[in-house]
Design a protein around this ligand. Structure first.
Ligand code: GLP
Length: 253
């Protein structure tokens, strides 16, 4: 793993955006894996600033989001579909047919198979998503880092061999995301790319910012790879860059 320590959140966002934009310049047909959460918001803002629709930066790009909650409508204010539209998709020339987010209601599957319940349809949606990723091949995937070490929604204990599937969210993860849901309670399940799915990406960039991430960043640097720490699976990958700001780097050796 390569480590980049930068001054603050703004510098982290600028660097992550530069890495995305230079990758797109080198390969316009780039297949990107994309995260949500608070950490990448600054990166998306920088990318949007540099890549207004008329510049056609995203005209041949394909994107796959890491995860989505189960059971909420795509236009729910806290869905990752809404997040991606407001932070990136509505502002760049990314073809709607090349934006991929797991469907936490498995709508298309249930339309084709009306007798299936949601719980029966979700595994088929996961297989469809995994196959779409395998068909396209991820070039570059950006990740945030949960305070418990999760990547995507792969919570501690999940297998390093896992593929796209439905997972149950831990209490700490639901608490961390509660502010996005206002009065509504945070769903207890999500669809996430698996760890093996994420590791299939040719290149991976992890971002962590702020003192709240200092302890998990230290664990990522210092603990041996184990399924208790999902992000430690990244040690198995040959091309991972971790970008941290000074606050998140405070406990690094
Ligand atoms: C969320 C997302 C992850 C994200 C993580 C960290 O639950 N599913 O993909 O990386 O938690 O979020 P934040 O950047 O808000 O700390």
């Amino acid at each position: 793993m390569k480590w980049e320590v930068v001054e603050d959140y703004d510098a982290l966002s600028v660097l992550a955006a530069q890495l995305m934009l230079s990758a797109l310049a080198l390969k316009p047909q780039m297949v990107l894996g994309l995260p949500t959460g608070r950490t990448p918001e600054g990166m998306y803002a920088q990318v949007v600033r540099a890549c207004h629709k008329e510049y056609h930066c995203f005209s041949s790009v394909t994107t796959f989001n890491l995860d989505e909650y189960v059971g909420i409508l795509p236009d729910h204010p806290a869905s990752y579909g809404t997040y991606m539209r407001s932070r990136l998709f509505d502002h760049v020339d990314l073809d709607p047919s090349r934006r991929n987010i797991p469907d936490g209601l498995a709508t298309a599957i249930r339309r084709d198979h009306p007798r299936l319940t949601l719980d029966e349809a979700l595994p088929l949606e996961c297989t469809r998503y995994e196959q779409a990723i395998a068909g396209a091949g991820l070039d570059l995937t950006f990740l945030g880092l949960g305070t418990n070490g999760h990547i995507g929604f792969n919570e501690p204990g999940g297998s390093f061999e896992s593929r796209t599937r439905v997972v149950r969210l831990s209490e700490s993860t639901r608490k961390a995301n509660a502010s996005f849901f206002g009065e509504d309670s945070v769903p207890d399940r999500a669809i996430t790319m698996g760890i093996a799915t994420i590791l299939s990406s040719k290149q991976i960039i992890v971002m962590a910012s702020g003192t709240k991430k200092a302890s998990i960043v230290r664990r990522l640097e210092q603990e041996p790879a184990s399924e208790d720490l999902p992000a430690s699976s990244l040690r198995r990958h040959p091309d991972v860059t971790v970008i941290v700001d000074n606050a998140a780097a405070a406990e690094l050796s």
